[in-house]
Design a protein around this ligand. Structure first.
Ligand SMILES: NC(=O)c1ccc[n+]([C@@H]2O[C@H](COP(=O)([O-])OP(=O)(O)OC[C@H]3O[C@@H](n4cnc5c(N)ncnc54)[C@H](OP(=O)(O)O)[C@@H]3O)[C@@H](O)[C@H]2O)c1
Length: 295
């Protein structure tokens, strides 16, 4: 393939959900891909799928985005193999349900660290390379919850608000090199395993709020940002409405969000506290799609 912004791409969170769907879409374009996530097993499974789908080359680099050395190792491996890196899609994340007072400190901190230090590590390693190349595209998978708050997801809300602040700062700090772009894509509810993989101290399992999008649809929005960068793309038809309600009608929003969350964003089950995949990869739970049927 001729070199494009999506020729040589590193994807974090590549072994499940939106990251995996994005890698698959890029593979179908014949890209060379570097896959990063904590667990090797589901990365290897993903790599096999991508080769089958038409990827020109696939490199598996297990590592935690919270570990700067691991991120650096993956980027160096990409350079060693491909000679350059055109883009990075950063999708790695974990999630925990429960009131802030109920979620253990270590779980709260891991959710926040994955988002904040993970994104900062990726930027710290990748942007100097993009500067040397004179070009490069970073797309961060953000969330509707980077713009609104909800109960029972405090660590994730803090993580995503902070991450979007970082992304906006990175956009300002890279204005001096027109060839470098930093974009954020903010999905609403998306049918991925993140809900069943999440830790919970809320007594219930989480589920994506409707309308539930397929990860492939979000992946198309992510890949579109490689060709047409944008500061922030909302990938969810109700996102602007929810954000407007949060900002313009806070009293109404506050009265509705808790009851609506219980009905539409929590499964009607009764589960004991569980740390899910917050502290370590659970390969058996990773997949491209969840069990919620996206549109
Ligand atoms: N699904 C939704 O409804 C939704 C909505 C809005 C925004 N988002 C955002 O979309 C992105 C992807 O979420 P998803 O729903 O696709 O989740 P997912 O299916 O659970 O995938 C998460 C991926 O991140 C990896 N990962 C987790 N912690 C990591 C770490 N510390 N270092 C490296 N990799 C790590 C996981 O693999 P290992 O566990 O093996 O590391 C997995 O590959 C996240 O940024 C999330 O906030 C999702």
């Amino acid at each position: 393939m001729s070199e494009t912004p999506s020729s040589n791409v590193l994807v974090t969170g590549a072994s499940s959900g939106i990251g995996r769907a994005t890698a698959l879409l890029l593979a179908r374009r014949g890209a060379r891909l570097v896959l990063v996530a904590r667990g090797r097993t589901s990365l290897e499974e993903t790599a096999a799928e991508l080769r089958e789908a038409g990827a020109a080359d696939v490199l598996v680099c297990p590592g935690d985005v919270g570990d700067e050395a691991a991120v650096r190792g993956a980027v160096e491996a990409a350079l060693g193999r491909f000679g350059r890196l055109d883009a990075v899609v950063h999708s790695a994340q974990v999630m925990a349900y429960g009131r802030i007072e109920d979620v253990p400190r270590e779980a709260f901190e891991t959710v926040v660290d994955t988002s904040l230090h993970g994104t900062a590590n990726v930027a710290r390693v990748v942007l100097p390379l993009f500067r040397r190349q004179g070009t490069g595209h970073l797309v961060v998978v953000s969330s509707l919850l980077a713009s609104v708050a909800t109960p029972l997801m405090g660590s994730y809300v803090a993580a995503k608000w902070g991450q979007l602040g970082l992304v906006r700062t990175l956009q300002l700090e890279t204005r001096d090199v027109p060839g470098i772009t930093v974009s954020a894509v903010a999905p609403g509810g998306t049918d991925t395993p993140i809900y069943s993989q999440a830790g919970t101290w809320a007594g219930s399992t989480g589920r994506p709020p409707p309308p539930v999008y397929s990860p492939h649809r979000v992946a198309r929005a992510v890949v579109a940002r490689l060709d047409r960068p944008r500061r922030l793309t909302q990938s969810g038809v109700l996102n602007p409405l929810v954000i407007a309600g949060f900002r313009l009608l806070p009293a109404v929003y506050d009265a509705l969000v808790g009851p609506l969350l219980k009905v539409f964003a929590l499964a009607r089950d009764d589960v004991p506290p569980s740390e899910g995949n917050v502290f370590r990869s659970r390969p058996e739970g990773n997949a491209t799609e969840g069990r919620w049927r996206g549109i």
